[in-house]
Design a protein around this ligand. Structure first.
Ligand SMILES: [Zn+2]
Length: 117
């Protein structure tokens, strides 16, 4: 009986830990999306605020945390470690600083007026 209570307590503690990590991950994503720096997208040609993109699925992450703790932890670590910055307009990853020679040349080739220095 004591072993069962210990196991249930262990599962409850790890579930709370998983929920905390999941919530922190969500908050980080929201903050990163709002505070993104502006870069030039070499795919669509727009000057956009970058957004943080997290691979995987939040629902799967939650299920893994609630049912099987170790896979949940592995999945969360994978999601956080493979997070990347992307264009908020088209989702492309090839972004360059606004004043870089590549951005200036790209705007010129698209016929978009360049920003005055
Ligand atoms: Zn883009």
């Amino acid at each position: 009986m004591n072993a069962l209570i210990s196991i249930l307590l262990f599962v409850a503690v790890l579930s709370v830990l998983g929920a905390v990590i999941w919530a922190a991950n969500r908050l980080f994503n929201l903050a990163a999306g709002k505070m993104g720096t502006t870069l030039h997208c070499m795919m669509c040609g727009s000057d956009v605020k970058i957004r943080s993109v997290t691979r995987g699925n939040t629902g799967i992450e939650l299920i893994l945390w609630l049912c099987f703790l170790v896979p949940g932890l592995i999945y969360s670590v994978w999601r956080v470690s493979t997070r990347y910055k992307a264009c908020s307009n088209c989702g492309a990853v090839n972004l360059v600083p606004l004043e870089s020679p590549a951005a200036v040349a790209h705007r010129k080739s698209l016929g978009i007026p360049n920003i005055a220095p």
